[in-house]
Design a protein around this ligand. Sequence first.
Ligand code: HEM
Length: 508
Amino acid sequence: MEALLATLPAGGGGTVAAAVAVAGLAAITGVRMGPKQRANAPPAVPGLPLIGNMHQLTDAPPHNTFAKWSEIHGPIYTINVGAKHVAVLNSAEVAKEAMVANFSSISTRKLTKAFSVLSRDKMMVATSDHGDFHKRGKRFAMMGMLGFAAQKQFRDTRKQMVDNMISTLRTLVINDPHATQDFRKNFRDELFRLSMIQGFGEEVSSVYVEEFGREISGEEICQIIVVDMLRCVTEVDWRDFFPYLSWVPNENFEKKVTTIESRRTAVMRSLIKQRKKRIEGGEARASYLDFLLAENTLTDDQLMMLLFEVVMAGTDTTLMTTEWAMFEIARHPEIQERLCREIQEVCGDDRVTEDHLPRLPYLNAVFHETLRLHPAASVLPPRFVHETTTLGGYEIPAGTELMINVYGCNIDKKVWEEPEEWRPERFLDDGFNIKDMYKTMSFGAGSRTCPGSSQATSISCASIARFVQEFTWRVREGDEDKADTVQFMGNKLQPLFVHLTPRRGREQ
Ligand code: HEM
């Protein structure tokens, strides 16, 4: 939102001034900022004419501000963001009403302009409206890559990925025992490698892209189809907040987003073309691409977008959750030692594998506590109420946008004691029920629940366990309190840098 306010004066000079003037006129001439307050409308957070509550969302990440407002206004309230009328949900109870019980009235997505371009107008499972494409895409993702049977095929690849990371970190520590290590870089490289093997059936170290007229490296591929895309998703176009001004051009924004989108498309098409040659040559492999081609029911663009989606989602969300877990572990030495003891008791001198995970309850608690306090999607992509409905006892009229503040749900004082503390023990306390693990909302709920939760849990838990088994972790001096997040996303703003010391007996 800070970015939005920053773009207002800069995003098109005279055009914006004109836009704001027209918006003012619209306000005076009676274009409403949201539906009129009804008798049993949710409480509204007071704001200013024209911009609504926008200016109040600049100081802290929105999920924090939303959570603070819920202490005053309750778990459901409305805000105005420019001309948009938005209901914000902050408790698991009302969020589940929206995501499960009343899903049929709220099953469409409301995308920002950037998201709309990047997703080729809802051509991804996560951005599509509920309907045939969504159902088919999700079924394909489960059958071809993320479901139990498909995941079994990639077990050795996942194990190899963790071994590679440990071996890289060990070499770095041997070369310079006092250096700080860049966790994010190492982990992202390996996750991306795994995503490519699952997606395309092979490791991809380079690809020739006709549109660029050159071969690009694996690192550049990752930059273009993961890093640039994620950065661009949060690009703000002021027209998102004044939909009736969408006719006003915003050339800088449009050029930036379409360039990033066309580079992604060029790289994805080149990757698919190269792998199709292998498949046409009769060499089948276990991969999502092989699966989708065999299904033979998608257009070329749909196939490209479904593949792109799992590569991007597979790399980033697991990275950010594991990075948060290692940050918390590294700054809580007593928890780190307790986890190490549990691993020692269960695995002895053997390397931790996915087979050990069901016997490591404290590890599970560390993982779920991390998901609770640091949800990868702190505020879910907006939904659209297309049919008047009731949430938390309030009437929510058709046309309202809905934001689900997962972070707010996860720090609800009515459900969690001292919710702002990272305390894995809460998942082991007396009276704890295994179902409580899923109370956090971090993987969503209902028909749109995350299909990658099983893969993310296996990779993240096996990696955390091996990291702690092999090294003692300490956050770089001065970084202990660096827990800021990227706006609207759950990513850690500052990458994690750590000091690693090999544990006794595991120096080799
Ligand atoms: C710790 C890791 C992860 C977290 C916390 C996470 C979280 C979520 C959440 C909260 C949603 C629901 C969004 C909504 O309702 O608006 C979601 C949906 C989705 N996730 Fe994940 N995710 C993770 C890992 C993955 C992975 C590894 C993949 C695939 C490789 C994946 C693919 C998807 C897809 C395709 C959807 C859309 C589902 C739909 O709309 O029906 N996620 N995820």
